[in-house]
Write a new protein. Structure first.
Length: 264
């Protein structure tokens, strides 16, 4: 049964949960025949190619080149045309039927991500005989990277590599240290004032408010879920002074650190 909608050369997939991997391996074709025609009625096909050729999916033709990756939905009629011995990494799998839907091209270039995808799929092939769960995890990671390739081609790349995204990434990586708006702006590659305008326009908050919120969210998590000491937690979120940490907890979380830890 199909678990996604196919429109033209795009499919919609749900990746909120790991796939069930039915088979992973290295496929070798084109030695006996230069053509294959088949369906997998109930399984998706994820292929990472090491050859040049052509794939047709339900009448839509796609060029194959080394480093290209395809994601074919269940039930699709696929026709492969090879130019000789042709090798690819593959996974046949079931995907969740519910969750947020992501739009992914049936065929796309993996570009600089091809070695990473190859490593994930090769690892899935290696561990599959011993652990289906581990193989599913490796394939799941590969699928998220394939979905990210599509996002970068549809405008999400501009957001992912925007000054605001760079600023957020710098903040998240440095919550335990001192953070100033000029420092964050420098990491984002823009001026102090420009970052302030961009950040408020995109997030609705100031840079300072975002830093404060993320520090206290991390503090609340550590207070409730870990046995780290309160001074250690304060230091881990960049607030070395316990009095200041206590005030911040009361202001942002509505209770003292001890009360938050107790479930307040």
């Amino acid at each position: 049964m199909r678990t996604a909608v196919m429109t033209g050369s795009l499919v919609q997939v749900c990746l909120d949960e790991p796939p069930r991997v039915a088979s992973v391996g290295v496929g070798v074709h084109g030695t006996e025949s230069l053509r294959d025609v088949f369906r997998l009625p109930d399984l998706w096909q994820l292929h990472l190619y090491r050859y040049a050729g052509e794939l047709t999916v339900d009448g839509e033709a796609h060029e194959i080149r080394p480093g290209y990756v395809s994601l074919t939905p269940p039930g699709a009629l696929v026709r492969y045309r090879y130019r000789g011995r042709s090798e690819h990494l593959y996974a046949h799998l079931e995907l969740p039927r519910t969750g947020d839907r992501l739009t992914v091209p049936v065929m796309q270039s993996a570009g600089a991500q091809a070695p990473m995808l190859s490593g994930l799929l090769q690892q899935a092939v290696a561990v599959a005989p011993r652990s289906h769960a581990r193989a599913s995890a490796e394939v799941w990671a590969a699928l998220w990277r394939v979905a990210a390739l599509a996002a970068t081609r549809e405008g999400d790349a501009e957001r992912a590599h925007s000054p605001v995204a760079a600023a957020v990434a710098h903040v998240e990586a440095n919550l335990a240290g001192p953070l100033s708006v000029p420092e964050v702006a420098e990491a984002a590659g823009v001026s102090h004032n420009h970052l302030i305008r961009l950040f408020r326009a995109e997030t609705g908050a100031t840079v300072v408010a975002y830093i404060r919120r993320r520090r206290m969210e991390q503090a609340r998590h550590l207070l409730r879920e870990s046995t780290l000491s309160i001074p250690a937690i304060a230091a881990s979120v960049g607030i070395g002074d316990l009095q200041a940490f206590n005030k911040a907890c009361r202001r942002e979380l509505g209770a003292s650190p001890r009360a938050v830890r107790a479930g307040g």
